[in-house]
Design a protein around this ligand. Structure first.
Ligand SMILES: Nc1ncnc2c1ncn2[C@@H]1O[C@H](COP(=O)(O)OP(=O)(O)OP(=O)(O)O)[C@@H](O)[C@H]1O
Length: 384
């Protein structure tokens, strides 16, 4: 798939931008802060309805404006669809496909698919478990858009259950009756276990599917590494006893919730479920050396290689599903030495559409020659 036209209204620094695009490689070149990332961020937003840079929508709307609109013509198998999202911070966002409103904005997710490489990717390796959970869940939803619903249901259940735990815990401490709160809690235990098990089962099978691609990608981007050097492993918040299907996982979660009832009431938060899980990343250092967690042990270069490998693996997996996602390389080349730049460029050059941002034209490897736009003071001008 590829985007053939991008329109922005009051998105980030742009009052208006109209950018015609082509398949193949397109580079956006310009000095810092000129608006290069804002362009590719807009396309990524359409794909996931979230940004790789901020957690809320407000910063995406141009300062002083009330709403932003991102519109893109997306070509897939020779057919064009115009996708549009209207961002209304504090209110519901609205989505349209070929001008027809969608009942819910999240139905837009997955109609355009992107894989973004950016300097923020280092948080996949060095950041909190929540960064790695988001990585897995974003990929899940891109592969199966219906899971956006499961994900948001789970978040809602968690919020409700946490507030109930707080009420019941406070009642217990104040020795007032907590019977009502506890019986309602039983209902939410069940919701948490069932929806949590669905998310968990999907994540477990995603990690299995991704694992071989991660090893292969790490071998390509880390000098001297083999495909056995990089491993990923799902780390659940409790012992799953080998369960992998939804029914069995729901039973495990429910039993664990009951076992930890007192703890949860004391702390007023849900301590069991996929929101407490992590993705363990390890690298080996040759035969007999054993594997070490990347976080806390790996060098800066190894950490970068692992982060790149996770993105490349996602791209390969989406491609294996039969669809070529749009690749976005946001400011990554400045972080890599010449050899790795060339390696990465070679790996991605064959994608249907590659969008690159760089402050300096020379940072873009020759293998990624293609269309070029200059971005300066909010003006986007085609150069070649
Ligand atoms: N909501 C907003 N309203 C107005 N301007 C904004 C908004 N959000 C970001 N900006 C401006 O957009 C500019 C940043 O644009 P962008 O991140 O695309 O830069 P860039 O060209 O990619 O730079 P770099 O090379 O440093 O990454 C900054 O000047 C910032 O102040």
């Amino acid at each position: 798939m590829h985007v053939s036209h991008l329109s922005l209204h009051d998105f980030r620094s742009y009052a208006v931008a109209e950018v015609p695009l082509e398949p193949g490689v397109t580079a956006f070149i310009g000095r810092n802060g000129q608006g290069k990332t804002n362009l590719v961020e807009a396309i990524d937003y359409l794909s996931r309805l979230s940004s790789h840079r901020v957690a809320t929508d407000a910063p995406l709307v141009r300062a002083g404006a009330e709403q932003a609109v991102v519109r893109a013509a997306v070509v897939r198998d020779g057919r064009t669809a115009v996708l549009e999202i209207e961002l209304n911070p504090g209110k519901a966002n609205r989505a349209r496909v070929n001008k027809s409103p969608l009942p819910r904005a999240r139905e837009l997710v997955g109609l355009v698919r992107t894989v973004v490489f950016s300097p923020e990717d280092l948080t996949l390796v060095k950041g909190d478990p929540s960064d790695r959970r988001r990585f897995l869940d974003d990929l899940l939803v891109l592969r199966a858009p219906r899971l956006a619903g499961v994900r948001s249901d789970y978040d809602r259940i968690l919020r409700q259950r946490n507030s109930l735990l707080k009420t019941a815990g406070a009642a217990r401490r104040g020795s007032s009756s907590q019977e009502g709160a506890l019986s309602t809690l039983g209902v939410w235990d069940d919701h948490l276990a069932r929806t949590g098990a669905e998310l968990l089962a999907e994540r477990l099978s995603l990690v299995e599917a991704l694992r071989p691609y991660v090893g292969k990608a790490y071998e390509t981007v880390a000098r001297g590494a083999t495909r056995d050097d990089a491993e990923i492993e799902y780390r659940p918040s409790c012992d799953l006893g080998g369960a992998t299907d939804r029914e069995a996982l729901a039973e495990v979660l429910l039993a664990e919730v009951e076992r930890r009832r007192k703890d949860e009431l004391d702390r007023g938060i849900s301590l069991v479920g996929p929101h407490r899980d992590d993705l363990l990343l390890t690298i080996g250092h040759g035969p007999g050396e054993g594997a070490l967690p990347v976080k806390g042990y790996a060098s800066h270069g190894e950490s970068w290689s692992f982060a790149l490998a996770l993105r490349l693996a996602s791209y390969d997996l989406l491609r294996a599903d039969g669809d070529d996602p749009i690749l976005i390389l946001d400011d990554v080349f400045a972080e890599l030495d010449t050899e790795r730049r060339a390696q990465l460029a070679e790996l991605v050059a064959g994608a249907e559409q590659v969008l690159v941002t760089a402050a300096v034209a020379d940072d873009v490897p020759p293998a990624l020659a293609g269309a070029r736009f200059l971005v300066k003071g909010g003006e986007v001008t085609r150069e070649q």
